[in-house]
Design a protein around this ligand. Sequence first.
Ligand code: ADP
Ligand code: ZN
Ligand code: MG
Length: 512
Amino acid sequence: MMYEPVIGLEIHIQLKTKSKMFCGCRAHDSAISPNTHVCPICLGHPGVLPVPNEQAIRYGVLVGLALNCQIANHSKFDRKNYFYPDLPKAYQISQFDLPIAEKGHLDIEIPGGEREAARIGITRAHLEEDAAKSFHHEDGNTFVDFNRGGTPLVEIVTEPDFRSPREANIFLHELRLIARYLGVSDADMEKGHLRCDANISLRRYDDKGNLVGPHFNPKTEVKNLNSFKHVERALEHEIQRQTKLWEADTPPLTSTTRGWNDAKGVTEDQRSKEDAADYRYFPEPDIPPLKLKDLADELRSQIPELPAARRARFASEYKLKPSDAKQICEDPALADFVEHVFSELHAWMNALPEMDELAGEALEKEQAKLARTVSGWLLSKLGGLLSERSIDIRIMKITPENFAEFITLIATHKLNNAGGLKVLSAMLDDGSDPSHIMEDQQLGRMDDEGALSEIVSRVVEEYPAEVARYRAGEKQLLKFLIGMVMKASEGTADAAMAQNLLLVLLEPEIDN
Ligand code: ADP
Ligand code: ZN
Ligand code: MG
C-alpha cells in the first residue's frame, strides 16, 4: 500500500497599507509600543461605523489578478462571529460567500521532484481584518496588544493540489515573491506578514497504482505556521503520524485541528474545528456591497511583470542560465540592477566592430558567454562581498553603469580575476568607476612582455629542481611554474603570455 499526501493551504498576507482595514489608525508596526494605534472602531466600541480601506481593496484585487483569479463583479463583507479576547467586537469582518476573487491558479516548478511542475488551483482570495495579538506571560496572565487588530489581510485558499511538503513550500516562496513584486506586502514570515494553515490528509494506492478508497479523506488542519521550515516540518510530521494511523487500521475518521510544537517536533491536538455554522456568518450591515468590475479592469493593465515571466525573459533575452535567472529574480531590486547592466552591456557589445558579422547562433553564443561572466561576478563574487559586509543591493554604491564597465574590462581581458576582485572591492568602498581604480592601483593586467620576461626568468632560476623535472618529462609541472609566475606578479600576469615565455625558456627548441 502506498500513501499519497493531499495538501491544501490557507494563507494570510498582511497588506502594506498606511491605515487599517476599517478605520484611520496607522497600520500595524511591530516597532511601536502596545495599544497606541487604536480607536473606537478597531477597539470594537458600540455604535461606530467601519469604512473599508480603498488601498486594501486594490491590493486584494491585485493579488487575485496575479493568481489568475476571476474578480467578482459584486462582492460584500460578512461578520464571522466568535469569542476570543483578541477580537473585541466578538466578530471579525471577513468575506463569506462573495469573496473578491475566485477560481485562479498558480504554476510552480519543482526541480528534481516526483513531478517537475504543477498547477495549483486557487479556490478563493478574500479580504478581512487581523485580530489583535495576545501575549501569554509566564506569570499566567495574558496581555493583548490591539495595534495589530484591524490590519488588512488577504486570505488565499488553495485547492488540495499539493502532493508533498516541498511543493507547498515552493508555492509559499512563490507567493511571497509575487506579493513583493506587486508591492502589496513585504510578506515576511518571520514578522508575521505571511502566515499559513496547512491542511493534510493521505489517500491510498495499491501496488499497481490504483486508488483504494475515497479520493479525499478527513484532513488535519495545522494552524498558524509562521516559518517556511515549520510548514515543511509540520507536514512531514503529519505524513508520518497519519501513515501510522492508517497502518494500524485506525485512520482519521473526522477532520481535526492541530498545532505545531516546534520544540518537540510534533503536532498536537487543539480544540475541535468549528463549522461555518458555528461562526453564524451574516452580511455586514454597515458596509455597502463592493462593485469591482471597473477596478479590476483598471488594475489588470497595471500588473507588473511577475516573477515567473521575468525569470523566463531573463533567460531568453539575456541568455542567463535558468538557475541564475531564478536566483536574480528572487530580489526585485537585484533584478532591476541586472536589467540595467545588460542594457548597457548589449549596447557596448553591439558597438564592437567584430560583432558586425555575428548573427544567429554565433551572436547568441557571445551573449551567453557575457551572461556567464555577469552572473559569475554578480552572484558569487559581488554577492559574496555584499554579504561579507552586510550591504544590501538597495544601498550599494556600485551603479549598474560602473558594473557594466567592469564586466567589459573582464570580458576584454584587461582585468584578470585577482585584479577584478580588488577593483570590485574598491568600487564597493566608494562607488568610483573601475578604470580609475585600475589606474590608481595599477591593477591592469601585466601584458608588457619585458616586465613579464623578467619575472619568468626569476621563477625559472628559483625552481631549478622543478625545471629539471619538467625537462625530464614531467610536463604537468608547467602549471606549477605558471602558478609561481602569477604569484610573483600578484595575479596581474597574462597567463597565456606567461605560458609562452616559460615555454621559450624551458624548451628553447620550440623557437626553431
Ligand atoms: P474546511 O471545511 O475545513 O473549511 P475547506 O473545504 O474549506 O475545509 O478547505 C480548507 C482547506 O483544506 C483548503 O486549502 C483545501 O484545499 C484543503 N482541503 C480540503 N479537503 C482536504 C483534504 N481531504 N485533504 C487535504 N486538504 C484538504
Ligand atoms: Zn482604529
Ligand atoms: Mg473553509
